[in-house]
Design a protein around this ligand. Structure first.
Ligand SMILES: [Zn+2]
Length: 591
């Protein structure tokens, strides 16, 4: 089922020289600069959170300074998109406004708190270019302090003062009520604004913060994404009532099926179906009695060619990009089809112009799978799922869909679906890895990933999975640019929470440097053709370049704490795209 290999060639380049995903306190304590709470520069008047004049007006103008690394620019734009998806906070490129955020590469990761109304810097220094770190600094800029500086923090965490590096105790100050407003939210161990256990600590194995509920010792300092309560606070402070780029989602738990409608013009209907043993839904996977619905089109009834269309309500776009994501299961006839449609405004206000987006055909695999369908539309529209009966005589099941979502964001292109993860995990040990299928970038570069469930042999980290990115030789190589520099690799592990806004997916990225040498070899460019840099691999039947990646991709705790594993499936998204044109909102302003 898995082809498990063990790494012998350790010619792997670890992004950040193996120090990857260091947290903010560690990065900042190395710069020697002493900042309030560790990464905040205080405004003159300290009540940013209580004083409305420190609140931003939207959209917030921003500048990506030339000093930022290419990867940092991409990561900042990615973080801005997370705020647009999860809140009403919007941003726009700077056009001469008085107040703005200027992202710069200075010493460490830090920010001011609140809108100072004179333009202000957010520093995304060396090793700060991670989505969650930028989100953390942006929350400061939007007016928030650290979670562990709350007035009531001593009820929830213990600060070990003797374990803190001399001179850094101020980073653990707590604030009083006149200064801080918790917006009537409970203490949040999961906040992206919480420091981890090993912050400004003297002894690398002795924590400076521990939690009163011990389970959270492994959670504080999470750097996956904004937590549910981070969002609640943000949305309360800024009176957000809706997101900017979220349009629709449905887990089909309720009979109104989120306003989706059955077409009246077709042959049959989808059924709102309660999961049963052996045919569970995807939202709850049979874990709750009397719950766990999905939509199902029975294909063992009727005759071949009969179809049923399930359409969304009419939706009104704000921007062009769309990403439709859903889980599906085809366990009927091998001839069954699931067709995705979009129905657009015909120019007269009627939503009737059909466009076929994608067809999924049965492949004999009867488990839940994931699809990401990108499309663009700027008029009002509906999207639809059309099931087509292939051959009822050979069908024992049907077509199912569940946990659909539609966002106005760019879709990840490639999905690595790793099944039976627990079995893989139990059968492997440190140094063992599996190789993904070969993926292709939009330019035609072939690449693959290798996942180390227990980390690479040389990794100093325990309980972390490792992941590496490899270019692969392909028939396109003669046409492509080499070395393949200035491309951004984005790898994400999907939190499969049915609620898109509250997902806390991990996303890491780096940008390829055309001058980088293969680790340990001074005569070969890392991003040259894989036939030059790499060795032949039976996993892809191709030449595979030495890997570049992380020793600290996802912790074993995170896998189970969030819904990274559902149905024992792990989904990893992988993209390798040109960095410059892929950043259309990048404004080059020299300041
Ligand atoms: Zn901070």
């Amino acid at each position: 089922m898995f082809q498990i290999q063990n790494s012998v060639d350790d010619r792997v380049y670890v992004v950040d020289g193996g120090k990857l995903r260091k947290d903010i306190p560690e990065i900042n304590s190395e710069t020697g600069r002493q900042l309030f709470e560790g990464d905040i520069i205080l405004p003159l008047e300290r009540n940013a959170l209580r004083n409305n004049s420190y609140r931003w007006k939207f959209p917030i103008p921003y500048i990506l300074a030339d000093s930022l690394d290419l990867n940092a620019k991409g990561v900042v734009l990615q973080a801005l998109d997370m705020f647009r998806l999860k809140s009403c906070i919007d941003f726009k490129p700077y056009e001469g406004e008085q107040t703005y955020l200027k992202f710069e590469k200075l010493d460490g990761c830090w920010s001011y708190v609140g809108d100072l109304q004179r333009g202000q810097t957010v520093s995304i220094g060396e090793r700060c270019d991670y989505k969650a770190i930028v989100e953390h600094e942006l929350l400061h800029a939007l007016g928030f302090y650290h979670e562990q500086s709350r007035t009531d923090r001593d009820d929830y965490v213990q600060i070990w003062w003797d374990e803190i590096i001399e001179g850094f105790a101020y980073a653990f100050d707590k604030h009083n009520d006149s200064f801080l407003d918790d917006l009537n939210t409970p203490y949040d161990y999961e906040s992206v604004l919480h420091y981890g256990p090993y912050s400004f600590n003297i002894n690398s194995n002795v924590p400076s913060i521990t939690t009163k509920i011990p389970e959270f010792n492994e959670i504080i300092g999470q750097r996956l994404d904004l937590s549910r309560i981070d969002l609640l606070k943000l949305n309360r402070m800024y009176n957000c009532t809706s997101s900017l780029t979220f349009l629709d989602q449905c887990s089909f738990e309720y009979i109104n099926i989120c306003g989706m409608v059955q077409s009246g013009k077709d042959d049959a209907d989808w059924d709102h179906t309660l999961g049963k043993s052996g045919e569970e839904d995807h939202t709850l996977l049979g874990n709750c009695a009397d719950r766990g619905y999905f939509m199902r089109f029975d294909t063992k009834l009727g005759h071949a060619g009969q179809a049923a269309l399930l359409e969304s309500r009419i939706l009104y776009p704000r921007r062009k990009e769309k990403c439709l994501q859903f889980f599906y299961r085809l366990n009927g006839s091998p001839q069954d089809k699931l067709v995705i449609w979009v129905k657009k405004d015909d120019g007269t206000g009627n939503v009737r112009r059909m466009e076929k987006l994608y067809t999924i055909t049965a492949d004999g695999e009867h488990h839940w799978k994931l699809a990401n369908i990108p499309f663009s539309v700027q008029t009002k529209f509906r999207y639809g799922f059309q099931g087509i009966r292939g051959d009822p005589a050979t069908s024992a099941g049907g077509i199912a869909i569940d946990d659909t979502s539609l966002t106005e964001t760019n879709c990840p292109t490639n999905i690595w679906h790793i099944r039976n993860f627990t079995s893989l995990f139990n059968r492997t040990s440190k140094g063992d890895y599996i190789t993904s299928p070969v993926f292709y970038s939009s330019e035609g570069y072939a690449f693959a990933l290798q996942l180390y469930p227990h980390g690479r042999n040389s990794s100093p980290y325990v309980n972390y999975m490792g992941i590496t990115f490899h270019l692969c030789s392909s028939q396109n190589d003669g046409l492509l640019e080499w070395p393949a520099g200035h491309r951004q690799v984005i790898l994400s592990a999907l939190d499969q929470d049915p609620d898109v806004i509250h997902r806390m997916s991990l996303s890491l990225s780096f940008t390829t440097d055309p001058k980088q040498l293969v680790y340990g070899r001074n005569d070969t460019l890392q991003w040259d053709k894989p036939s030059i840099t790499g060795s032949f691999s039976s996993a892809c039947n191709c030449y595979m370049s030495p890997g570049v990646g992380w020793n600290t991709f996802l912790t074993h705790r995170e896998l189970h704490w969030k819904k990274f594993l559902k149905n024992d499936d792990l989904f990893i998204f992988a993209d390798f795209e040109e960095a410059t044109p892929a950043f259309p909102r990048y404004q080059k302003i020299a300041m």
